[in-house]
Design a protein around this ligand. Structure first.
Ligand code: G
Ligand code: G
Ligand code: MN
Ligand code: NA
Length: 254
C-alpha cells in the first residue's frame, strides 16, 4: 500500500503537520485547551487525514516514531506560541497503545519539555481505553511516570469500549472525554441523556474533569451544561484548524 510505504519518508522529511481543535469551558466559553491532530501534507495527494494512515502506522513500530514526531512537534509549537507572547493553554497529543509500551516515552517527553523550555502543565496526553488493556507491556507504569512529571492524562473516547470508571480509577486519569457517539444521541435518547449525566457525576466524585467530544449542535451544548459537563470540543465550537488560525483563536477566545 502506497501510503504505508511512504510514511517513513513523510516523518523523516517533515511532511506531517499538526492541526488543533479547541476545548471550550462551559462556564465562560473560553478556550482552555487544544488537541493536536496530525495530518499528512502529501506531495501528490494533498492533505491526508489520520484515519487514512494512523491505523497503518499502528500495525507496526512506525506508530512509535510517528507518535514521537507528534509529541516533539507539539512541544515545539507550544514553545513558538510562548515566544510570540500568546496566551497559552495546555496542548494535548494522542498516544497510541503501542507507544505506552515504550518504556522510554517519559524520558523522551521530559527531554522535549526541557529542550523547548515548556512546563509539564502546558502539555497533556490523551490515551484511549484500549491503552489500558492491550498487551504492549506495562502501560500503568508509563502513565504513572508521565503523571509523575506533572503531565495531565486524558482518557479519550470514554464509553465506546468496555472499561468503567471503577476500573480506570487504577490509572492516573485526570480527565475523561465522553465519546462523541453519546453526544450525538444525547437529544434523541432519554437513556443516553441519563448515562451522560451519570458519567459526569461519577467522574466529578472521582475528581476527574469531563470533556464532551463531537458537540455539533447548540442543543447538545445546552444539555451538557445542564448535566454539569466541564468542557466541550466539537464542530459547533470549531473544527480542527491550522497553526495560524489556532493562534487567532488563542488571541480572541482565551
Ligand atoms: O483529526 P481527525 O479528527 O480526523 O482524527 C481521526 C482519528 O485519528 C482520531 O481518532 C484521532 O484520535 C486520531 N489521531 C489524530 N492525530 C493523532 C496522533 O497524532 N496520534 C494518534 N495516535 N492518533 C491521532
Ligand atoms: O479520537 P479523537 O477524539 O482523538 O478524534 C478526534 C476526531 O474527531 C478528529 O477526527 C476530529 O476531526 C473529529 N471531530 C472533532 N469534532 C467533531 C465533531 O463535532 N463531530 C464529528 N463527527 N467529528 C469530530
Ligand atoms: Mn483525542
Ligand atoms: Na476521541
Amino acid at each position: 500500500y502506497v501510503l504505508e510505504r511512504q510514511l517513513p519518508r513523510a516523518i523523516a522529511e517533515n511532511e506531517l503537520v499538526l492541526h488543533f481543535q479547541p476545548k471550550v469551558r462551559l462556564s465562560d466559553y473560553r478556550i482552555v485547551g487544544l488537541e493536536a491532530l496530525v495530518r499528512w501534507a502529501h506531495p501528490d495527494y494533498g492533505l491526508v487525514y489520520p484515519n487514512d494512515f494512523i491505523p497503518l502506522a499502528e500495525q507496526s513500530e512506525l506508530i512509535v516514531e510517528l507518535g514521537n514526531w507528534v509529541m516533539q512537534a507539539c512541544c515545539a509549537q507550544q514553545a513558538m506560541w510562548k515566544a510570540q507572547g500568546l496566551p497559552l493553554v495546555p496542548v494535548a497529543f494522542n498516544v497510541s497503545p503501542r507507544q505506552l509500551g515504550d518504556e522510554h516515552l517519559p524520558a523522551r517527553v521530559s527531554a522535549q519539555l526541557q529542550a523547548h523550555g515548556i512546563t509539564p502543565a502546558e502539555i497533556e496526553v490523551e490515551v484511549t481505553e484500549s491503552c489500558l488493556v492491550e498487551p504492549f507491556g506495562t502501560p500503568a507504569n508509563v502513565l504513572r511516570q508521565l503523571e509523575g512529571l506533572g503531565i495531565r492524562i486524558g482518557l479519550d473516547d470514554f464509553g465506546s469500549g468496555f472499561s468503567s470508571l471503577s476500573q480506570i480509577r487504577h490509572f492516573p486519569i485526570g480527565t475523561i472525554k465522553i465519546d462523541r457517539s453519546f453526544i450525538n444521541d444525547i437529544r434523541n435518547s432519554k437513556d443516553v441523556g441519563v448515562i451522560v449525566t451519570s458519567i459526569i457525576t461519577l467522574a466529578h466524585n472521582l475528581n476527574m474533569r469531563v470533556v464532551a467530544e463531537g458537540v455539533e449542535l447548540r442543543d447538545q451544548l445546552v444539555d451538557l451544561k445542564m448535566a454539569g459537563c466541564d468542557e466541550v470540543q466539537g464542530y459547533y465550537m470549531s473544527r480542527p484548524v491550522d497553526v495560524c488560525e489556532t493562534a487567532r483563536l488563542l488571541v480572541q477566545k482565551t
